[in-house]
Design a protein around this ligand. Structure first.
Ligand code: FAD
Ligand code: NAP
Length: 312
């Protein structure tokens, strides 16, 4: 029986593993379906993680040292996809792809969330190279420059507002006339002089070169194309929370979730199920940053250590 099963090897999961094992917990395994590192390994740059300020290093370089450190204290890694977590009596059963199962006293779920793609030409090729899904991460690269935002929901308009304090102009491209965001958010955006709403339009193509994005082509519903030069593109068309491991065989969640499929946790990262914790981008109100995901992982691991002590 594992003392703790950690699911997902991004910043939250790796940090949970570091804190659990360095805190003296034995039999801790991290299940990660790919190479550990998480979403940030897709980024060409990271400059908002305190203590790491090397402009020539990618997200992959950044996470490389995490792996060495996080596995040093005895954390084990199984490169396996987890299908499902179930509470069976006092402990948990973790079902892996292929049907094999593992028992654990506690579980920390850190499977992250995946920003949806909009599907325009060049989106995949330039993802992380000028096409971004994170204003907090990449807005500063466009200080005093124009940027384009795609989407008409709360996220798009809130992030457009954030960007408007950094960038010279923010062009919000939305495929309809009406915005989905909450009315006060729409009003706040409309009052901001450097935010320009481009409705009934979509991104036809993002263009660039080996250095990254150089501009975007915006097409309106009449077929007219406007080219915008020297702009970064921020895409906010929704998120898929990677929460399928928390569904039982009938498709019901085993713990409390909010309407958007995020796990409801308290400040200790405890879910509504005893012994089950969630950390990082998949939890409610996640700032979706490496630093906060890592913080969540540390908090969850400390709680796991305390929980196991209470049980023995
Ligand atoms: P993730 O990093 O998403 O990790 C989840 C892990 O779980 C993944 O490795 C996945 O393979 C694994 N997993 C999922 N399901 C299963 C399963 N069923 N079984 C086993 N494993 C599973 N943040 C910043 O702070 N600064 C930045 O500059 C920045 N730039 C970014 C640039 C890009 C291009 C992207 C995509 C994100 C960026 N972020 C940045 C955001 C940051 O990467 C995330 O907030 C952070 O990685 C979240 O960590 P996490 O551990 O919660 O989840
Ligand atoms: P969302 O509400 O699903 O909005 C996504 C937006 O992207 C919509 O405007 C949609 O257009 C557009 N879109 C979707 N696919 C597209 C495509 N392929 N091409 C172009 N545009 C596309 O997502 P979200 O803004 O991330 O919000 C998710 C949930 O979190 C929502 O319920 C939201 O209210 C909530 N949220 C709340 C807050 C808050 O309360 N402060 C903050 C952020 C998010 P259409 O409108 O035409 O469908």
């Amino acid at each position: 029986m594992l003392n703790c099963a950690i699911i997902g090897g991004g910043p939250a999961g790796l940090t949970a593993g570091l804190y659990a094992t360095r805190g003296g917990l034995k039999n801790v395994t991290l299940f990660e379906m790919g190479m550990p590192g998480g979403q940030i390994t897709q980024s060409s740059e990271i400059e908002n993680y305190p203590g790491f300020f090397e402009h020539d290093k990618t997200g992959m370089d950044f996470m490389d040292t995490w792996q060495k450190q996080c596995f040093y204290f005895g954390l084990k890694h199984e490169m396996k996809k987890v299908e499902r977590v179930a509470k069976t009596g006092e402990h948990f059963t973790i079902t892996l792809e292929g049907g094999e199962s593992v028992e654990a006293m506690t579980v920390i779920v850190c499977t992250g969330s995946t920003p949806k793609r909009a599907g325009f030409k060049g989106e995949d090729a330039f993802f992380g190279k000028g096409v971004s899904t994170c204003a907090t991460c990449d807005g500063f690269f466009y200080k005093n420059k124009p940027v384009t935002v795609l989407g008409g929901g709360d996220t798009a308009l809130e992030e457009a507002f954030y960007l408007s304090n950094i960038c010279s102009d923010v062009y919000v491209v939305h495929r309809r006339e009406e915005f989905r965001a909450a009315p006060p958010t729409i009003e706040r955006v409309m009052r901001k002089e450097n935010i320009h709403l481009v409705t009934n339009s979509f991104i036809d193509e993002v263009v660039g070169n080996v250095m990254g994005v150089t501009g975007v082509n915006i097409k309106n519903n009449n077929g007219e194309i406007t080219h915008m030069d020297n702009t970064g593109l921020f895409v906010f068309v929704g998120h898929n929370v990677n929460n399928s491991v928390l569904k039982d065989e009938k498709g019901e969640f085993i713990c409390a979730m909010n309407d958007w499929g995020q796990v409801i946790v308290d400040l200790s990262m405890k879910t509504s199920v005893e012994g089950l914790f969630a950390a990082g981008d998949m939890r409610i109100q996640a700032p979706k940053q490496v630093v906060s995901a890592a913080g969540d992982g540390a908090v969850a691991a400390l709680q796991v250590i305390a929980y196991i002590q209470e049980q023995s």
